[in-house]
Design a protein around this ligand. Structure first.
Ligand code: NAD
Length: 482
């Protein structure tokens, strides 16, 4: 994919900021219903109305041929490519998280590598008793909850897959990314209209809340819930009593053993860890490296744009990036400081009085296993590095850090026994060998992309077929041609 230059990025950010004046960016509440005076299609104040509209969209899609559906998807891909930079700049401006150029690349990835209707494959079984046909049918209206970390990327990726499967969709996006998410909802509806589809196919809320999510979760027209977010929301949809796909939190460990190409491993890890400032749930979060190559690995990471802080500085920074939150029952938990998530490395370093230039893209620190830089999913360009004596200790600690989330894990090694042992032990949905983590979602690696990686419920790298239900039709004793 072609890279944008710094000046091109500055131009697009200036243009988007100009258009956003009308969205009142200075106020706490963003206007999630228009961009630059263009009113968004499919945005509702009431969740019940949004669901009814999505149901009308679903009925219109049901009446379409697969070819007509694919035309809508082709148009979504086209608009996503054309407006990728705008959505990237809007996402960073609204959420204050991530990097414009990386978000642009994520949109291009969604446009190019999210499967469409070709993903829906029927199967047939023939035998002495005739023919049985199994087709993948839509659920109806899907209720989708989307995160703040990949807001428009997830809305578009989900829309392509869910529409390809023949569903209507209603979104309850993250309130902190509502303008960006609704921009994407509008884009899908514009594409739908341009391709001759219904006026409104996918819907969203003007102001999504926990209450609107609760209405969605209990509404009889919602037949499938698809939730992309942290552990709280996955638990909520899995307790809803409806069929649910849950794409939850990760804390991906990386092992580097002493057979790896250490310089390549160092660069790959920093490239993956810093992509969109570590917002992707698959991104490298902590490293377990063999003691005998750790100095070389750290030197390589520094050459790749990292700044190493001391243990004392790591402790000081940990107290800033994690804050105590009091739960409803009065107990306290450590949670990430939202003012630090997805921020640039130099901004985070400035919080502990370290001044570096913009060229520093990652903060690295040697820490013990118990340190928050290892245990917590920070979603910041901060990488804790733990020295291990051998592969047994590496696998043991890496599995403990992943903590049964079954999300993602990565390894740099040329020892196939070590690679196989870790892959088997960690049981993650994604396991990347000798590449940056994003190879696991098709960015520089084979295979389709998704921004909804469903580990807890097992759909894995979701695609159109994940949003279908099986139906069987039996013709007894006939319809064979042999
Ligand atoms: P978040 O959990 O704060 O929010 C996700 C969505 O859930 C938002 O729309 C939010 O409003 C909603 N929500 C939260 N609690 C809810 C509840 N009880 N009922 C209904 N809705 C609720 O997540 P975020 O900060 O936007 O995203 C980051 C998290 O999501 C990380 O943990 C990351 O690993 C995870 N994530 C996972 C995937 C994946 O594919 N597995 C993809 C992206 C993000």
């Amino acid at each position: 994919m072609a890279q944008m230059t710094e000046n091109e990025i500055k131009d697009i950010v200036a243009k988007v900021l100009g258009q956003m004046q009308s969205m009142k960016p200075a106020s706490a509440d963003w206007d999630s219903t228009q961009y630059g005076g263009r009113k968004f299609i499919g945005i509702y104040e009431d969740m019940n109305e949004a669901i009814e509209a999505a149901n009308r969209g679903y009925k219109a899609v049901r009446a379409m041929s697969v070819e007509e559906r694919e035309k809508i998807i082709t148009e979504i891909r086209k608009l996503t490519r054309e407006e990728a930079a705008t959505m990237a700049a809007l996402g960073v401006a609204e959420t204050k998280m991530g990097r414009v150029e990386h978000k642009r690349l994520k949109h291009l990835l969604v446009a190019d590598k999210t499967p469409g209707t070709e993903d829906i494959v029927s199967t047939a079984k023939t035998g002495d008793n005739g023919l049985t046909l199994i087709e993948m049918a839509p659920f109806g209206v899907v209720g989708a909850i989307t995160p703040s970390t990949n807001p428009s990327e997830t809305v578009i990726c989900n829309s392509i897959g869910m529409i390809a499967a023949g569903n209507g969709v209603v979104f309850n996006p993250h309130p902190g990314a509502i303008a960006t998410s609704n921009y994407a909802v509008d884009l899908v509806n514009r594409a739908c209209r341009a391709a001759g589809g219904p006026d409104v196919l996918v819907c969203s809320m003007k102001k999504p809340t926990m209450e609107s999510a609760a209405i969605m979760q209990s509404h009889p027209l919602i037949k499938l819930l698809v939730c992309t977010g942290g552990p709280g929301v996955v638990k909520a949809v899995l307790s809803s009593g409806k069929k649910a796909i849950g794409a939850g939190a990760g804390n991906p460990p990386v092992i580097v053993d002493d057979t790896a190409d250490i310089q390549k491993a160092a660069k790959d890890i920093i490239d993956g860890c810093t992509f969109d400032n570590n917002l992707p749930c698959i991104a490298e979060k902590e490293v377990f490296s063999f003691d005998n190559i750790t100095d070389e690995l750290i030197a390589g990471m520094k050459r790749a744009g990292s700044y190493q802080i001391t243990r004392a500085q790591a402790d000081e920074l940990a107290k800033i990036v994690l804050v105590e939150k009091t739960k409803k029952d009065g107990t306290t938990v450590k949670t990430v400081n939202r003012d630090c998530v997805g921020r640039d490395a130099d901004v985070l370093l400035s919080k502990i009085g370290v001044s570096v230039g913009k060229d520093v893209r990652c903060i690295i620190a040697e820490v013990p296993f118990e340190h928050p830089f290892v245990q917590e999913e920070l979603m910041m360009p901060i990488l804790g590095i733990v020295r291990v004596k051998d592969i047994d200790e590496a696998i043991d600690l890496a599995c403990k850090a992943e903590a049964g989330r079954r999300h993602s894990a990565h390894m740099h090694s040329k020892n196939i026994d070590n690679l196989s042992r870790f892959a088997k032990a960690v049981e993650t949905t994604i396991f990347v060998k000798n590449a940056p983590s994003y190879a696991g979602i098709g960015f520089g690696g084979e295979g389709h992309t998704t921004f909804t990686i469903a580990g807890p419920t097992g759909e894995g790298i979701t695609s159109a077929r994940s949003f279908t239900r099986q139906r069987r039709c039996v013709m007894a004793d006939s319809f064979r041609i042999i």
